[in-house]
Design a protein around this ligand. Structure first.
Ligand code: ZN
Length: 151
C-alpha cells in the first residue's frame, strides 16, 4: 500500500469503528443471521428488512475487532436500498478484492468506498475479520441454514 492509501485505510477503519453506522438491532427486520470468526472472536448479527427484493433497511449488532466492525459498518451503508442481486454482486466483488493475491489488481470502481478495505489482503489473518459481516449478510439474504463461520 502506498502511504496515502494506508492513511486513508486507517482513518476509515478508525472512523467506522468509533462511530459504526447502522449499529443496532432492527425491529422491523424480517431476515437476520449470525456469524462468527472464531480465529479473532468477532461475532455479529446482521438484520435485513426486505421489501420484496429490495433491502429497505439493514443494521448489525455484536462485537469484534476494529476491522470486522468497520467492514460491517461500511457494508450496511453500501447495501441500503440495493436489490438482492446487487447485494450479491457487490459481495462477489468484495470477496474477490479481499481474497486476491498481493499485487493482483482489481476493479476498484465496482466496489466504491469499500475499496479502502483492499489493503486488508496484505494481512491474511484480517481477511476473515473483514469478510465476516458479508458472509453473514449473505446468509440473511439467502438462508442456507448453515452456521456462518469463517472457519
Ligand atoms: Zn477480527
Amino acid at each position: 500500500m502506498s502511504g496515502d492509501i494506508r492513511e486513508l485505510y486507517q482513518q476509515m477503519i478508525m472512523d467506522h469503528n468509533k462511530n459504526p453506522r447502522n449499529f443496532h438491532a432492527l425491529k422491523e427486520s424480517n431476515r437476520n443471521a449470525e456469524g462468527y470468526n472464531p480465529l479473532c472472536g468477532d461475532h455479529f448479527k446482521v438484520f435485513l428488512q426486505m421489501d420484496g427484493d429490495v433491502i429497505k433497511d439493514i443494521a448489525f449488532e455484536g462485537a469484534g475487532c476494529a476491522i470486522s466492525k468497520a467492514s460491517a459498518s461500511m457494508m450496511t451503508t453500501a447495501l441500503k436500498g440495493k436489490t438482492r442481486q446487487e447485494a450479491r454482486a457487490l459481495f462477489e466483488e468484495v470477496h474477490k478484492m479481499l481474497s486476491r493475491r498481493i499485487g493482483e489488481v482489481f476493479d476498484a470502481s465496482k466496489v466504491g468506498k469499500l475499496a479502502t478495505l483492499a489493503g486488508v489482503c496484505e494481512f491474511p489473518a484480517r481477511v476473515k475479520c473483514a469478510s465476516l459481516a458479508w458472509h453473514t449478510m449473505c446468509e440473511a439474504l439467502e438462508p442456507t441454514g448453515k452456521q456462518v463461520t469463517t472457519e
